[in-house]
Design a protein around this ligand. Structure first.
Ligand code: ACO
Length: 362
């Protein structure tokens, strides 16, 4: 048996047709399309059509998927609304975990559709419940991004906000075998079902080293505060053993291509603002500090840095950042779940035992 790989680094654990992360070139491909071809150009429904193609019975046209998701949002609203009081006192991410876990395995709608539709419905309702505001029912005629902002705010969002959120949801729809997607595939491989796999994926996503990073990116910007504090603050953080949120990646050896896509969106919403200028200065400072204090390992900007700036520019509260990531990533999770259950074996690696052996009988 070979030695254990720390963090499964370098292990190929699945074959997939869905997405390719080229860490050397800084390229992300969804089924033959570079992310730059998709983000900002197509809807979340179109990416769902692309990623789900061949795994589902229904026709894969984005309009068909949009209609089906609209109907599934209405169903999700009816399932989730009576459960909202049970989420009182929880964070939105914890509430989302609770509501997703309540989706019945016997529900007579395609489960990848219901899971995907449930995300914006549940997140919006949970966020409003926290402010003692009644949940706003979905409008099944709208695309997911526009309907999410409408359900959250209680009024239609401006086209630039919808377009920015749409670009974000498309950008994060899938990303190879990241921790949450791998988790989804492990659970799916036991045939536990789509909803259980999605709940498990959300649990993996919420960690600060994965989808929990963007809120802390803004906390970091706030804590640094002033331009002349950037490098001293970052050096101090690293010497304390902290990680700089929004930097580093297991696979990318160059800049995460999603960072550029989302930087463009952030600039389109907040061009010339002090916040963006300060963020750019922090990014440049962090890259210098990381090159100095962590030599031998190219640590560059990852998706979460400009995610934070985009979601902040959309005036979304920080504790919604991880659930909103889930609204985008569920498309990839469900595609991987369907790919995994199409004949994949149960995922069952081995461990290398390094504990003591029983004492030999006297
Ligand atoms: N800040 C400081 N040091 C870092 C950072 C960072 N952001 N990232 C990696 N390092 C250091 C590690 O501490 C390690 O050094 P050490 O051995 O001296 O402690 C070295 O770089 C090597 O780390 P990697 O092998 O590249 O990192 P790994 O693959 O284990 O982790 C991860 C990747 C979790 C993304 C890491 O870079 C990190 O914690 N980043 C900050 C959190 C973050 O932004 N997460 C979002 C990632 S994107 C996403 O999940 C959607």
């Amino acid at each position: 048996m070979t030695a254990a790989s720390d963090g499964l680094d370098g292990i190929i654990a699945a074959e997939t047709v869905l997405s390719h992360v080229d860490g050397e070139q800084g390229r992300l491909i969804f089924r033959g399309h570079d992310i730059e071809e998709l983000a900002g150009h197509v809807s979340q429904e179109a990416v769902a059509a692309l990623l789900w193609h061949g795994f589902t019975d229904e026709a894969a046209a984005p309009e068909t998927i949009s209609r089906a998701l609209g109907e599934a949002r209405v169903a999700a609203f009816e399932i989730g609304r009576p459960l909202l009081p049970a989420a009182a006192g929880l964070t939105v991410t914890e509430g989302l975990r609770l509501l997703l876990a309540a989706l019945p395995d016997t529900y007579p709608l395609p489960h990848h559709l219901l899971a995907t539709a449930a995300m914006p419905v549940f997140v919006a309702a949970l966020a409003r419940a926290r402010q003692d505001a009644a949940a706003v029912p979905p409008d099944p005629a709208l695309p997911q991004a526009a309907d999410f902002l409408r359900m959250l705010r209680g009024m239609p969002a401006t086209p630039d906000h919808v377009a920015a959120l749409e670009t974000y949801l498309v950008t994060v729809a899938d990303h190879g075998l990241n921790a949450s997607t791998f988790t989804a595939r492990v659970v799916a491989s036991t045939r536990a079902g789509v909803f259980s796999s999605v709940v498990a994926a959300l649990c993996a996503l919420k960690g600060p080293l994965h989808g929990g990073a963007p809120g802390p990116v803004l906390d970091m910007l706030d804590a640094i505060g002033y331009e002349d504090q950037i490098e001293p603050w970052l050096e101090h953080a690293i010497s304390d053993g902290d990680r700089l949120m929004g930097f580093g990646h297991r696979v990318y050896r160059v800049r995460d291509p999603r960072a550029d896509v989302l930087k463009t969106v952030a600039l389109s919403l907040r061009a010339g603002s002090n916040r963006i200028r300060f963020a750019e200065a922090v990014e440049a400072g962090a890259l210098r500090v990381l090159a100095r204090l962590k030599p031998g390992r190219r640590l560059d900007t990852n998706v979460e840095f400009y995610t934070a700036l985009v979601l902040e520019a959309l005036e979304l509260p920080r504790d919604l950042f991880t659930p909103i990531f889930a609204i985008g990533r569920v498309v990839g999770w469900t595609a991987h779940i369907m790919e995994q259950t199409r004949g994949g074996r149960i995922i069952r690696p081995q461990s290398a035992y390094v504990g003591p052996m029983p004492k030999a009988a006297a």
